[in-house]
Design a binder for this molecule. Structure first.
Ligand SMILES: [Zn+2]
Length: 106
């Protein structure tokens, strides 16, 4: 019996990448670069770090950047070892890269 299957290319689509990002996979990828997350705005980056989300409400300002602010829920969680410092580090670096890209865009 011969079965005819159509092979679908399914590993090169943008949606796959985005899905992984939404799933919080983003920061678990070593060598991850902003090349992959071009479409993310720097202000929204924190939402893509799964474990950051629950602390966002503790930030004093709605537009908190989680970098220099004093009363920041994310930084507090990092200090209390609730958020891995390495992950936070990566957040800061990615954020910088994204900001730079945004500046060059305009
Ligand atoms: Zn914050």
């Amino acid at each position: 019996m011969i079965s005819n299957r159509n092979q679908k290319g399914k590993n090169t689509t943008t949606s796959t990448t985005l899905y992984k990002i939404q799933d919080g996979y983003i920061a678990d990828t070593p060598g991850f670069s902003t090349f992959t997350i071009d479409e993310i705005e720097s202000e929204k980056l924190a939402y893509y770090f799964k474990e950051f989300k629950q602390y966002l409400s503790q930030c004093e300002y709605g537009d908190c950047e989680h970098v220099k602010e004093e009363k920041c829920g994310i930084k507090k969680a990092v200090n209390e070892n609730k958020i891995n410092i390495g992950r936070y580090d990566r957040y800061c670096k990615l954020r910088e890269e994204l900001k730079e890209k945004e500046e060059h865009k305009w």
